[in-house]
Design a binder for this molecule. Structure first.
Ligand SMILES: Cc1ncc(COP(=O)(O)O)c(C=O)c1O
Length: 382
C-alpha cells in the first residue's frame, strides 16, 4: 500500500483543489527531475541510451493510459493546443466542409477550428447545456461534416460527455472523431478503441500530475495518414539518427509529428508521474476521483447558500465540481475566488462560479475541516 502523504507532501496551509488547471507533482516526479538535473551536471548526455529507454517507457505508459493498440500511435508534442493545430492544419479541407463541436469547449478546441473559416470551413457549436448534450451535437452533423471535436470532460462545468456514443455515431457516418481528453486522462479510465477515437490530445500537467509542456497526441494509423505534415526534422524520419542518409521518408509511427530533439526533462518527469498512477491503478484512481467529487457535490448541496453548476447525475461528472454562491454576481465570485486563494484554497474561477478539482489523493475530511476553520475564522464569507 502506497503512503500517499509521502508522495504528496503538500504544504499544510494549502488545500489543493486545482488539478483541472495545473496539478501537483508527486514526490517521485520531483526526485526524477532532481536526478536528471544532477546527471546532466555531472555527465551530460553520456548515458543517452538510457534517456531513450525512458522515452520508450513513457510512450508505453501513455499507450496503456488510453488503451492504444500500439506505442507507435503515440506522439509526444508540446501541448494540447499544438496537437489540435496539427490536426486542423493537417487535414485537406474542402470549402463547404463543416466541423461540429460544443458551446463549452476550452478556447484551444474552438479557435483553431474557427481559423479554418478562411478555407470555407464552417464550425458548428452545439449548445450542450441541456438534458441530452450528445443529441445536441449529433443533430448538427450532416453529409458535409468532416470532423467532430469535443472535450471528454468540459473544463468549466465539469460535464462528462458520453464519448462512446459520439464515437459510435462518427464511426458509422465516416466522420473523424477528435477528443480533447486533458480533463479526464489521469483521472478517469479511457479506451480510445471503445470510443472509436481517431485523435486524442492531452497535456500532462493536469490530472496526469506531470509538468507543463509535454502532451500526448494519439492517432490511429488511418487518421494520421490523412494529415499532411508541416514540421520537418531528423527525428520524424523513418530512419531517425541516420544522419548521412540523403533519402528519407516520414516515420509510419506517430513520431512523424515530432520533428526534433525530444523534451527529455519533461519525459523524465511525466514518466515518473504516470508510474504513480499505474502503481495505484487507474480503476482505483478513478473511483477516488469520483468519490471526492461526489462528496464535494453533497457538501455543496447541503449548503443553502450554494448551488451546483456541475451536473450531479452519475456518469455526467468527473473530478471537476463547479458551483456558485446564490447571493453573488460575477464580480462577487471573482472576489470570493481571490479570498479563497489568499486563504490557501487553490482553485479556479470558471463557468461563472468557483471550480474545485480534487484528485484521488485529496482527503475530503481535511477539506471540510479546513473549510470550517476558514469560515470559523471569518476568512471567507460566502
Ligand atoms: C479542455 C482543455 N483543453 C485544452 C487546454 C489547454 O491545454 P494546453 O495548454 O496543453 O494547450 C485546457 C487548459 O486548461 C483545457 O482545459
Amino acid at each position: 500500500m502506497m503512503n500517499l502523504s509521502m508522495e504528496f507532501p503538500l504544504d499544510k496551509e494549502l488545500t489543493y483543489l486545482n488539478h483541472a488547471a495545473v496539478g501537483v507533482w508527486p514526490r517521485r516526479t520531483a526526485d526524477a527531475v532532481k536526478a536528471f538535473a544532477e546527471e546532466n551536471m555531472r555527465q551530460g548526455a553520456a548515458d543517452y541510451p538510457r534517456w531513450m529507454k525512458t522515452e520508450r517507457e513513457l510512450r508505453g505508459r501513455l499507450a496503456r493510459l488510453v488503451h492504444a493498440p500500439a506505442h507507435d500511435d503515440i506522439a509526444l508534442v508540446k501541448n494540447t493546443s499544438e496537437a489540435l493545430s496539427l490536426i486542423a492544419y493537417g487535414l485537406n479541407w474542402q470549402p463547404g466542409d463543416n466541423i461540429v463541436s460544443s458551446s463549452q469547449e476550452f478556447p484551444s478546441n474552438r479557435m483553431v477550428w474557427e481559423s479554418l473559416q478562411t478555407q470555407g470551413v464552417e464550425l458548428r457549436l452545439a449548445d450542450i447545456g441541456c438534458d441530452d448534450p450528445e443529441a445536441a451535437m449529433l443533430a448538427l452533423c450532416d453529409e458535409n461534416t468532416r470532423l467532430l471535436t469535443v472535450s471528454s470532460v468540459q473544463y468549466g462545468t465539469g460535464l462528462r460527455m458520453d464519448i462512446n456514443r459520439l464515437g459510435q455515431f462518427c464511426h458509422d457516418q465516416g466522420i473523424l472523431f477528435c477528443i480533447d481528453a486533458i480533463q479526464s486522462l489521469g483521472a478517469l479510465q479511457f479506451d480510445a478503441l471503445a470510443c472509436h477515437a481517431d485523435f486524442v490530445v492531452a497535456d500532462g500537467h493536469k490530472w496526469m500530475l506531470g509538468p507543463e509542456g509535454l502532451a500526448l497526441f494519439y492517432s490511429t494509423p488511418e487518421a494520421r495518414n490523412q494529415l499532411s505534415l508541416s514540421q520537418y526534422g531528423w527525428h520524424m524520419a523513418e530512419r531517425a539518427g541516420d544522419f548521412d542518409a540523403t533519402e528519407w521518408s516520414p516515420a509510419t509511427a506517430a513520431r512523424r509529428f515530432e520533428p526534433g530533439s525530444p523534451n527529455m526533462l519533461g519525459i523524465h518527469a511525466l514518466n515518473a508521474s504516470l508510474s504513480l498512477l499505474e502503481d495505484i491503478g487507474m480503476a482505483q484512481v478513478e473511483s477516488g476521483v469520483l468519490a471526492n467529487a461526489g462528496s464535494l457535490m453533497g457538501w455543496v448541496d447541503s449548503n443553502p447558500d450554494l448551488e451546483l453548476i456541475t451536473p450531479a447525475a452519475p456518469g455526467r461528472y468527473s473530478g471537476i465540481v463547479t458551483f456558485r454562491c446564490k447571493r453573488l454576481d460575477q464580480a462577487g465570485h471573482a472576489q470570493l475566488y481571490r479570498k479563497l486563494m489568499k486563504a490557501g484554497v487553490v482553485c479556479a474561477h470558471r463557468a461563472g462560479g468557483i471550480r474545485f478539482s480534487p484528485h484521488f489523493y485529496n482527503d475530503f475530511n481535511v477539506f471540510v475541516h479546513n473549510w470550517n476553520q476558514l469560515l470559523g475564522d471569518q476568512v471567507i464569507s460566502l
